[in-house]
Design a protein around this ligand. Structure first.
Ligand code: FES
Length: 154
């Protein structure tokens, strides 16, 4: 069940759309921002709130990598594995993060500080190899930059 504060925020978002259902993605972003993930219960709440089938909500949540069905670490690395990034060392970046943090893609460190995901093109190929660190894009990655990022967020 959404809090009164979140409901007010969602009403403000949906008020910008002619049809409430068209606000599915911004509503999901707002819910995730507040709750840290989109749980099955949240999918039900969003379904009721927007008046769309819950399967429609689940399809969006499971399709877009920006939505999380499990809680992510404070610092979530989403490393691009698509062609431009792969050609410029993306696999080494993923391997280095795995070695440094002791986790595989899809996992979170036991202290809840870091999560690692491997994603498809983030539309910033000119920054290859790149990743998203929470909402921020980080480009021209190398092991030194990864080490600095990890050390800053420990
Ligand atoms: S291939 Fe990595 S951002 Fe496009």
């Amino acid at each position: 069940m959404f809090t009164t504060e979140l409901l007010r925020q969602l009403d403000k978002i949906t008020g910008q759309y002619e049809q409430k259902q068209a606000a599915l993605l911004p509503v999901l972003h707002a819910v995730q921002e507040k709750e840290g993930l989109i749980s099955p219960e949240s999918e039900q709440d969003v379904s009721r709130y927007l008046g769309v089938p819950v399967v429609h909500v689940h399809e969006a949540v499971s399709f877009y990598h920006l939505f999380h069905q499990t809680k992510k670490g404070k610092c979530h690395f989403s490393v691009c594995q698509t062609t431009s990034c792969a050609l410029l060392g993306g696999e080494d970046i993923i391997g280095h993060i795995k070695d440094r943090l002791g986790i595989k893609p899809g996992e979170t460190t036991p202290d809840g500080k870091f999560s690692l995901s491997v994603v498809e093109c983030l539309g910033a190929c000119e920054l290859a190899p790149m990743m998203q660190c929470n909402k921020e894009y980080r480009g021209f990655l190398n092991k030194k930059k990864i080490n600095e990022l990890i050390d800053q967020n420990k």
